[in-house]
Design a protein around this ligand. Structure first.
Ligand SMILES: [Zn+2]
Length: 386
């Protein structure tokens, strides 16, 4: 979903990331606040004041979105869900969960927390606005509070539209899920409404462009419409994917080809016979007698030993303990394997049995092959389209 994003800081333990598209939003917003909205609301202020109001208003906007997403993330954490990141992007923010909420109640509370935080903020800023009018505070402060009250109110209303993946759509999904105990059905309905709402926005954008010549507004609505259609459909697909993978044993996909190397192999032989022929980022090293993992070798580990010593040393000398996150139990399911590969950014995992004997490798390609086969046979996979 995101082109390029960087982590800027951590808040309450959550990595806060920004997508490049967010920079565009910040400049556009700062500009339209200081050149459009504030001069319209208050006509007699100095040019510098409008600039400051624009900067502070943009900061308030970003903080409001962050607090909204933070509320989702904190409640998600209290349900034991891990949060990959909070990402700011062109349409606001998103708290990305590693996993789907375990039950409808968790989904409901995790989702409701965001609009609730925005509602609190809207109330607080509205109170400050009323106070500033009553106490005759400077118009710049009054304007900022007024804008932030209006903005947070707007965030509540927009997010409660029952169109997935907006919060309202997730709340609807949680209610449907609790009612029929069928997550697929609930997601299908919520995603269909999300998709329909996206199409409606695209339609309205075209009407605005043709009949009202509102270029900028039409452009935004069009973008949001396209985004909502894509997001609702891909959320539906992701959920179906997880369902197919869940409970599917990985045993049939484990390749028993000899990827692992014997610990007695010399480093020289390793380089010539394996690394140069079939390069991998990581090689498991085995004790051939016990069939236990001695450790793992990465290409970088080679350089810890000068090349003239390679013929006289074995892999055991440079192998390091394998990261447990790169190994998986043979009894795990395919969903666990995919989740672990995603988290570790690795397309291969080492499969061990319960006694830690090495069995083989499982790769992303094997899992994708299985998925394509499975989805090809299943007529239920039609995405919700409007
Ligand atoms: Zn939200």
């Amino acid at each position: 979903m995101f082109a390029k994003r960087i982590t800027i800081f951590r808040l309450l333990g959550f990595p806060i990331q920004v997508d490049l598209s967010w920079v565009f939003l910040v400049f556009l917003l700062g500009w339209s606040l200081s050149r459009g909205l504030f001069p319209n609301w208050y006509e007699q202020l100095a040019a510098d004041t409008y600039t400051w109001m624009g900067i502070l208003g943009t900061l308030g906007f970003v903080s409001s979105i962050l607090l909204h997403e933070l509320a989702h993330a904190v409640v998600a954490r209290s349900y034991g869900l891990s949060i990959r990141s909070i990402t700011l992007f062109i349409f606001g923010g998103v708290a990305e969960l590693e996993d789907e909420p375990p039950h409808a109640r968790a989904e409901l509370w995790v989702t409701a927390a965001g609009p609730f935080a925005s509602l609190l903020l809207a109330g607080t800023f509205y109170g400050l606005y009323l106070l500033s009018v009553q106490q005759l505070w400077p118009e710049s402060a009054e304007g900022l509070f007024r804008y932030l009250a209006w903005l947070n109110g707007l965030l509540v209303v927009f997010n409660l539209i029952p169109a997935f993946p907006l919060d309202g759509g997730r709340i609807l999904r949680a209610i449907l899920w609790a009612w029929r105990k069928d997550l697929t059905w609930a997601t299908r309905i919520a995603a269909s409404i999300g998709s329909a709402f996206g199409s409606l926005m695209i339609g309205l954008a075209i009407v605005q462009l043709i009949f009202y010549k509102q270029m900028v507004q039409a452009f935004w609505w069009f973008l949001i419409g396209v985004f909502m259609r894509n997001a609702s459909q891909s959320a539906f697909h992701r959920m179906r994917l997880r369902e197919i993978l869940r409970g599917e044993p990985i045993r049939p996909f484990v390749s028993l080809e000899d990827d692992a190397l014997p610990s007695y192999l010399s480093i020289q032989q390793f380089v010539e016979e394996h690394l140069e022929k079939e390069p991998h980022s990581l090689y498991p090293v085995l004790d051939v007698n016990s069939n236990q993992l001695v450790g793992c070798v990465r290409v970088n580990d080679l350089y810890e030993m000068p090349p003239h010593e390679w013929p006289h040393n074995t892999l055991r000398a440079i192998a390091k303990p394998c990261a447990p996150e790169l190994t998986i139990d043979i009894e795990s399911d395919a969903l666990q394997a995919v989740t672990q590969m995603n988290q570790q950014q690795s397309s291969r995992l080492m499969v061990l049995d319960q006694q830690s004997h090495y069995i083989g490798m499982i790769t992303m390609q094997d899992l994708i092959r299985f998925l394509t086969k499975k989805m090809g046979f299943d007529e239920q996979e039609e995405p919700p389209m409007f």
